[in-house]
Design a protein around this ligand. Structure first.
Ligand code: NDP
Ligand code: 13P
Length: 326
């Protein structure tokens, strides 16, 4: 398989960082932006002042707003928000080269339908093989070339390994997996628990409480993920435990930041993208329909919907009946 040319759809923080990843791995990388001002800044100054201000990017990254660039791609990386995929893809799909492989990097579950994003992509691009890249990776770290490791899942070990090789470099290491459902659900659900961890810190409940929350969140995440088709061991890896840990422990995470603001009683309108807000709504419906116990997820949903105050949500979790840990 030829992997020379990578087109990244989405000129935001993650799309820009992933174009740097591809360029560092020796690929010809182009970002397909929606906004010509972002494309111009990337091309002329190797900068993305809107989404990654202050970071000088590799100067061999191309940028355009012309979807025709997809016609020359061997690999198309999708880096636009989860809830935008269904609307964005139909305009792009006819332009994508027939043999190109798609790698989705958005983290979420479709709100209106409960569909995994891989299903949304398969419905709109049925003839293209797809993969999922997910794991503990902040765009700012990755764009700066700081060491990062992620999971890359595809149907078939050979395909996953081939894509891992195509994107890995001395600062970015991708591990192959064949468990697309496990990698996808881990990335989507960790955002919900990052909001919950942010709430705990925003309330001033401290690091011990946060560690307890993360540990119990991990139990829930594995339970929900398994019900959505993931394999248990996948959640122990970078795209599961790794990403949960990162996102629940750093204010760099937009989901954690959203939760912290909620915990501090701030107005969250207009905050940066927090994918967990949509995911918690649909995941709570999925949990209810399958009668799965997910108290942290359900409390987070009630809190986000304004049905319960942050402090009461945490107290409700602590006052549940005493039971065995496992
Ligand atoms: N940032 C990170 O550290 C990481 C992010 N991710 C995931 O990557 C995905 C994207 O996140 P991120 O890049 O950070 O988000 P940003 O908010 O930084 O950027 C979103 C980008 O998507 C573009 N976009 C939105 N809607 C459309 C559309 N309909 N068609 C084309 N482009 C569109 C925006 O364009 P415009 O500027 O024109 O609005 C913007 O360039 C999310 O699912 C996130 O969870 C995964 C790992 C790490
Ligand atoms: O997914 C991420 C890190 O792996 C980015 O997290 P946020 O979307 O919460 O910023």
């Amino acid at each position: 398989m030829t992997n020379d040319t990578v087109v990244v759809v989405g000129g935001g923080a993650w799309g820009t960082a992933l174009a740097c990843v591809a360029a560092r791995a020796g690929r010809r990388a182009t970002v397909l932006c929606r906004d010509s001002a972002v494309a111009d800044a990337l091309s002329a100054r190797a900068e993305n002042p809107r989404y990654l201000p202050g970071i000088t990017l590799a100067d061999d990254i191309g940028a355009t707003t012309d979807p025709a660039v997809l016609g020359a791609a061997d690999i198309v990386i999708l880096a636009i928000p989860a809830q935008r995929l269904r609307a964005a893809l139909p305009g792009l799909a006819p332009q994508i080269a027939p043999g190109a492989r798609l790698i989705n990097t958005a983290k979420g579950i479709e709100l209106g339908t409960g569909c995994a994003l891989s299903r949304v992509i398969a419905e709109i691009c049925p003839d293209h093989a797809q993969a999922i890249l997910s794991g503990p990776s902040f765009a700012t770290d990755v764009a700066r070339g700081k060491p990062t490791a992620v999971t890359l899942a595809a149907r078939g070990e050979a395909s996953a390994l081939d894509l891992c090789r195509a994107l890995s470099s001395d600062s970015f290491r991708a591990y192959a997996s064949a468990d697309m459902a496990g990698v996808e659900t881990g990335g989507a659900l960790k955002n919900v628990y990052a909001i919950a961890a942010g709430v705990v810190i925003g309330l001033g409940f401290g690091e011990s409480a946060k560690a307890a929350l993360i540990t119990r969140a991990f139990v829930e995440l594995r339970r929900l993920g398994a019900a959505m088709g993931g394999q248990p061991e996948t959640y122990l890896g970078l795209s599961g435990f790794g990403d949960l840990m990162l996102s629940c422990s750093s204010a760099q995470s937009r989901n954690f930041g959203y939760g912290m603001a909620l915990g501090q009683g701030e107005d969250v309108t207009g905050r940066p993208l927090a994918e967990g807000v949509a995911t918690v709504r649909i995941a709570s419906r999925i949990a209810d329909e399958s009668s799965l116990s997910a108290p942290i997820l359900q409390a987070t949903k009630r809190l986000i919907e304004g049905e319960i105050a942050p402090k009461d949500a945490v107290e409700a979790l602590l006052s549940r009946p005493i039971k065995e840990e496992f």
